[in-house]
Unconditional design. Structure first.
Length: 235
């Protein structure tokens, strides 16, 4: 019987939030918001270990209550508004490697701000990575609602503009039907190889796979929260 691949899920849940106070533990659908991502990880047959990276002992206690491991408390400097995902994941993977000798084959990022997520999507993205060793990562995307071909940067003079994309020439004057479909990274699911973080200090690497999701919700405002509540109640 083939040995099960070691696949780690990391749920980054810092305690600070300005838009929705303590949003990662705010009750939604009868449990703290980050508990939904913990449940998603635990319900995924491919994922063999689930940890929460948090700077809060309170959050750590809640995470353990819902079945996640919290092997460390994240340093405060990695829990600011400007902290980068790659630094948070580097800290987590380096800690597990140095203190436990633990080296997973894949890492799955499940952000707690996405309490509505299909296990089938997580499975499919992991399967993409397992079937194609040339990929450094795969991330979930959705069709963009705005057309990047018709977007502009404002120049330093404050009055003139230049196109964000200029290929094909004057694409901003073309009918949208003639332009390629653009996709937006929705930050719901990311699957990557640990060495991409540890050796390249990147969350994506060079060769990135895309997985198109049908729908998603990412909570950043009180309005997002209310919409998620309605979706969970209807589910």
């Amino acid at each position: 019987m083939e040995k099960q691949r070691e696949i780690l899920a990391i749920i980054p849940a810092r305690s600070g939030s300005k838009s929705v106070i303590d949003k990662n533990i705010r009750i939604i659908g009868g449990m703290p918001m980050m508990a939904h991502s913990i449940r998603h990880a635990l319900d995924c047959p491919y994922i063999t270990r689930t940890i929460v990276s948090t700077d809060s002992e309170k959050y750590a206690e809640i995470a353990r209550e819902y079945g996640a491991q919290v092997p460390f408390i994240r340093p405060a400097q990695l829990a600011t508004d400007t902290a980068l995902d790659v630094d948070v994941f580097y800290h987590a993977l380096k800690y597990l490697q140095d203190n436990e000798g633990y080296r997973p084959e894949l890492v799955v990022q499940l952000r707690p701000t996405c309490p509505v997520r299909r296990i089938s999507d997580i499975n499919a993205m992991i399967e993409i990575m397992l079937s194609d060793e040339t990929l450094d990562s795969v991330r979930s995307v959705v069709p963009a609602t705005e057309i990047p071909y018709k977007m502009w940067f404002l120049n330093d003079d404050g009055t003139t503009i230049r196109p964000v994309i200029d290929d094909p020439p004057e694409c901003y004057n073309m009918p949208r039907q003639e332009l390629r479909t653009a996709y937006y990274q929705n930050a719901c699911i990311d699957v990557l190889r640990p060495w991409v973080v540890l050796e390249q200090h990147s969350m994506s690497g060079i060769k990135i796979g895309g997985y198109i999701m049908k729908d998603f919700i990412d909570i950043d405002t009180p309005e997002d929260f209310e919409r998620a509540v309605r979706i969970i109640q209807e589910d």
